[in-house]
Design a protein around this ligand. Sequence first.
Ligand SMILES: [Zn+2]
Length: 141
Amino acid sequence: MSADILLAKLNKVKRAGPGRWMACCPACADKHPSLSIRETDDGRILVHDFSGGCSAAEIVAAAGLELSDLFPPRNDGHHRSGPERRPFPATDALRAVGFEALVVCAAAAALATGEPLSAVDRERLLQAGERIQSALSGAGL
Ligand SMILES: [Zn+2]
């Protein structure tokens, strides 16, 4: 398939380059487009949620599609290439990591004053750590 089938189901789609788009993740309450969509040379569609860290399965299910929709129909019975080592550009990861780093900085500043973190802040801090990991792995770092 082409990426059009998926893009038609997403909100705030914008083209980020040849075969690349950003859109709001359908699987979580994503207000700013942080879902990266990429069409590879061999026709596969790669998705990565740099904000919520949703899995590809969650994202396609929320868009009303199947994981198999992300792969081109097999015609010759063998795959041309192996798994993509670095599916997403580091700039996408950097944007996500940069925002989460600010969250961590705010928590660090509060801790430095001896102020205890609220349960909500602690939860958000853990989430920032997870999102940073997710963004780095999405860029193959
Ligand atoms: Zn998401």
